[in-house]
Write a new protein. Structure first.
Length: 237
């Protein structure tokens, strides 16, 4: 069975909320609002593990702690919860935007404790961040047609492609740095009815969105959707 990635429905959201409420319940009533912060979740999760509240045979409890880890990763990496189904069944996972990059935090803690390892949450967060950076670098590089990691526009390149090179470079750097401006470009792109435009052509929506913004800017801010489509298909199809 080919892996399927689906967004969460209302029941899934309820399940994840309930798991987090269970973890939050380890805090005293008068400080439970600390769970709403990154530092509060991190401190709580580290404390539960340090005190050894749950042993390696308590898989359900250890996996529920993984939902708290998932919330930390979402805040750190810009991922979001999805539901992944394959030959082995269905699991909750974290997905980076609309990419194929997935993390499975629900079992990150339980598997390590079952192997007799000491779990360091800050180390796991750093390791996951490094993994995302490495994978993202390769995936983003593969999507670029004109930018190949250069600091400056190549001297032997056709100057007619400079704007495309510059746009792809900006997109690459924004994505690597998780810059929120990318989300603004995507919202503008979708607001102009382009959500389903040229889906499946291998070019990420966020890159299309930046190209659309760049094209509109070159037209003095005039939104010319037919003109953009002709321009885009000339350079990317």
């Amino acid at each position: 069975m080919e892996q399927q990635i689906n967004e969460l429905d209302a029941q899934d959201l309820k399940v994840i909320a309930e798991r987090n409420e269970w973890v939050k319940g380890h805090l005293k009533d008068d400080v439970q609002d600390q769970y709403d912060t990154f530092e509060g979740k991190l401190y709580l999760l580290q404390g539960i593990l340090k005190e050894g509240y749950y042993q390696k045979h308590e898989t359900a409890e250890l996996q529920t702690l993984g939902y708290c880890l998932g919330e930390l990763l979402n805040e750190l990496l810009g991922t979001h919860w999805v539901k992944v189904t394959d030959d082995k069944g269905t699991d909750y996972a974290l997905r980076y935007k609309d990419s194929s990059i997935l993390f499975f935090p629900v079992t990150m803690i339980s598997k390590r404790i079952e192997r007799g390892e000491t779990v360091d949450i800050e180390f796991l967060l750093g390791q996951s961040s490094d993994q995302l950076h490495e994978i993202l670098y390769d995936e983003l590089s593969d999507k670029c047609r004109y930018y190949a990691g250069e600091d400056e526009f190549p001297e032997d390149a056709d100057e007619n492609y400079y704007d495309l090179w510059a746009a792809e470079r900006a997109w690459f750097e924004f994505e690597m740095q998780h810059q929120p401006i990318i989300d603004e470009y995507v919202n503008f792109y979708r607001a102009n009815g382009l959500t389903d435009y040229s889906k499946g052509d291998g070019i990420p929506e966020s890159l299309k969105a930046l190209l659309f913004n760049s094209y509109s800017y070159s037209k003095n801010g005039i939104v010319d959707i037919p003109g953009f489509k002709i321009w885009y298909e000339k350079h990317y199809h």
